[in-house]
Design a protein around this ligand. Structure first.
Ligand code: 5GP
Length: 193
């Protein structure tokens, strides 16, 4: 009989920009401190309030591409003209140690994880109630220009066409309700329970 080694689980969370994913993930890590957050590498510039090595590892494109060529990333994607990637070693080490890991990544990256880690992953997609609602949220956070917002809305529509490939969908029309659903999905799927 072949005995499979027990490993942690990967929870992949995707959402169009402005859907509230960051807020929901922050609440999640506070509620479940044993859940491991993978910090991505990105070539985008820091936003107000962000810190290098906390929200992301911020690098330049040359360094990103060098890491990419060395196989450093478990998955990567170019999103809104910037590169983003998940450090492979950190995630694989935690899975081996039977820790559950969360990847908050875009749909292109999620499809790569689906291909390579399907049996040990759960895929969660967070949706805005409507596209108009998303536009309002993007406007209110004042971090993008009008052109960037239009870009993000077009990208959101494209991303939302992937929702059927995900195991779970959460509509974030009420933060607390959406959070309860997210928590229950993670608690049910967790290897620790
Ligand atoms: P933001 O720049 O607004 O933080 O993120 C933009 C998009 O990049 C979001 O959809 C976010 O989930 C995605 N993203 C962040 N880190 C990664 C990553 O490591 N890989 C991939 N594929 N997407 C990422």
């Amino acid at each position: 009989m072949v005995r499979m080694a027990k490993t942690g689980k990967l929870f992949v969370i995707s959402a169009p920009s402005g859907t509230g994913k960051t807020t929901l993930c922050k609440k999640l890590f506070k509620a479940l401190p044993n859940l491991v957050r993978s910090i991505s590498v990105t070539t985008r510039s820091l936003r107000d309030g962000e810190q290098n090595n906390r929200e992301y590892f911020f690098v330049d494109e040359k360094d990103f591409k060098e890491s990419l060529s060395k196989g450093y990333f478990l998955e990567y994607a170019k999103v809104f003209d910037n590169y983003y990637g998940t450090p492979r070693e950190f995630v694989e080490k935690n899975l081996k140690q039977n820790n559950d890991v969360v990847l908050a990544i875009d749909v292109q990256g999620a499809m790569q994880v689906m291909k390579n880690f399907r049996s040990q992953s759960e895929f969660i997609f967070i949706l805005p109630p409507t596209i108009n609602d998303l536009r309002e949220r993007l406007l209110s956070r004042h971090t993008e220009t009008e052109i960037q917002i239009q870009h993000r809305l077009a990208a959101a529509k494209k991303e939302m066409s992937y929702v059927k490939k995900y195991d779970h969908q959460i509509i974030n029309d009420n933060l607390e309700e959406a959070f309860k659903k997210l928590l229950s999905i993670i608690n049910r799927g967790s290897c620790k329970i």
